[in-house]
Design a protein around this ligand. Structure first.
Ligand code: P6P
Length: 349
């Protein structure tokens, strides 16, 4: 019987990787794990409890809030509030920051940005949904945390992770030293190490994009989609199209099997749909730590300037060589990049 290593044991064991760590980050990750178990319990019985359907309210994004959205948001904020290691939460569900100014948290070192239940439109049809979180060290001296503490580049993240509530519930996270995945064992109520040192294959045969918006895609994206569909045995094309409509589920599949996920600029989302702070940056950190790549089609996601909490971005993320190929197609149609990257060369056919 292989020894089981729980999330808690793993976090403590890895704390040794950070010689100056006094355990705050470990306790913060523990707090998130506890909230994930509580949310999982409700997600898994969503069809039974009176928790399905719209809550009748809309979030900052103007999106119908499902009751589970609100429930998940409350659980994560509560766990962070009483855990004492986080001084401010930035959530997709809240227009403004949630300051945690209790005695034990006011001077806490960390900020958490979170999408408490991503893909929630899939809840009623029993498709995988997820939580995405990003952790920064606060940089303001003292007192109330502020914009400067959250609007940091993705490269400044201390840790990032996601929870996927699917056929099983997994918590996947990184602190900058690789990616590890933990599967919830309901019989003991613990996340157990099931996917140590996760690596995304450099190549894949899955492309993941909502082709319903094809007409309005940038030309480079159209060119890449056609590239994926060409018959070419040498490069294992045509690729397979898989799109769940839940970023965490699509990216988790690609993490395991290889693949690329693209949410480009579209007519209905001229600045992109996915949010930089609590979706693109944490997922980019995780995918890069697993050996993959993440950009907005031109520039590395983690280096994008962050100017507002609910800022959106295009995202091309997944297997390194697939993202590079898609970026080459994008460069063909971007004059300034064409000069820089393809001096005198013709664009890829
Ligand atoms: P569309 C879910 O609402 C979400 O934020 C992501 O999880 C998902 O990848 C995307 O939006 C789906 O958007 O426009 O294809 O329905």
């Amino acid at each position: 019987m292989k020894a089981v290593k729980t999330l808690g044991q793993f976090i403590i064991e890895k704390q040794a990787d950070f010689p100056y760590a006094k355990g705050e980050l470990s306790r913060l990750l523990r707090d998130l794990g506890i909230a994930a178990k509580i949310v999982n319990r409700e997600v898994n019985k969503a069809g039974l409890a009176d928790i399905l359907g719209e809550a009748g309210s809309v979030n900052i994004q103007g999106e119908e809030q499902k009751k589970l959205d609100i429930y998940a948001n409350e659980q994560f904020i509560s766990a962070l509030k009483y855990g004492g290691e986080c001084c401010m939460v930035a959530s997709e569900e809240n227009e403004d920051y949630i300051h945690i100014d209790s005695e034990i948290s006011r001077e806490a070192k960390y900020i958490v940005a979170i999408d408490p239940l991503d893909g929630s439109s899939n809840i009623d049809v029993n498709v995988g949904v997820g939580t995405i979180f990003s952790i920064y060290r606060r940089i303001s001296a003292s007192g109330k945390a502020n914009d400067s503490d959250v609007l940091q580049r993705g490269t400044e993240q201390v840790a990032a992770g996601y929870i996927i509530y699917g056929s099983s519930t997994m918590l996947v996270y990184t602190t900058g030293k690789g990616v590890n995945g933990f599967t919830l064992d309901p019989s003991i109520g613990e996340f157990c190490l099931s996917h140590p040192n996760m690596c995304i294959p450099d190549d894949g045969v899955i492309y993941s994009i909502n082709e319903g918006y094809y007409t309005h895609f940038p030309d480079g994206v159209k060119k890449y989609i056609k590239y994926c569909q060409v018959e070419d045995a040498k490069t294992n094309r045509p690729y397979t199209s898989r799109y769940i409509g839940s970023m965490v589920a699509d990216l988790h599949r690609n993490m395991i099997k290889g693949g690329i996920f693209i949410y480009p600029l579209t007519a209905s989302a001229p600045k992109g749909k996915l949010r930089l702070v609590y979706e693109c940056n944490p997922m980019a950190f995780i995918i890069e730590q697993a050996g993959g790549k993440a950009s907005n089609g031109y520039d590395r996601i983690l280096e994008l300037e962050v100017t507002e909490l609910h800022q959106r971005s295009a995202i091309f993320i997944g297997s390194k060589n697939m993202v590079i190929k898609a970026e080459e197609m994008m460069a063909c149609f971007s004059p300034q990049l064409t000069r820089k990257n393809f001096e005198g060369e013709t664009c890829l056919q």
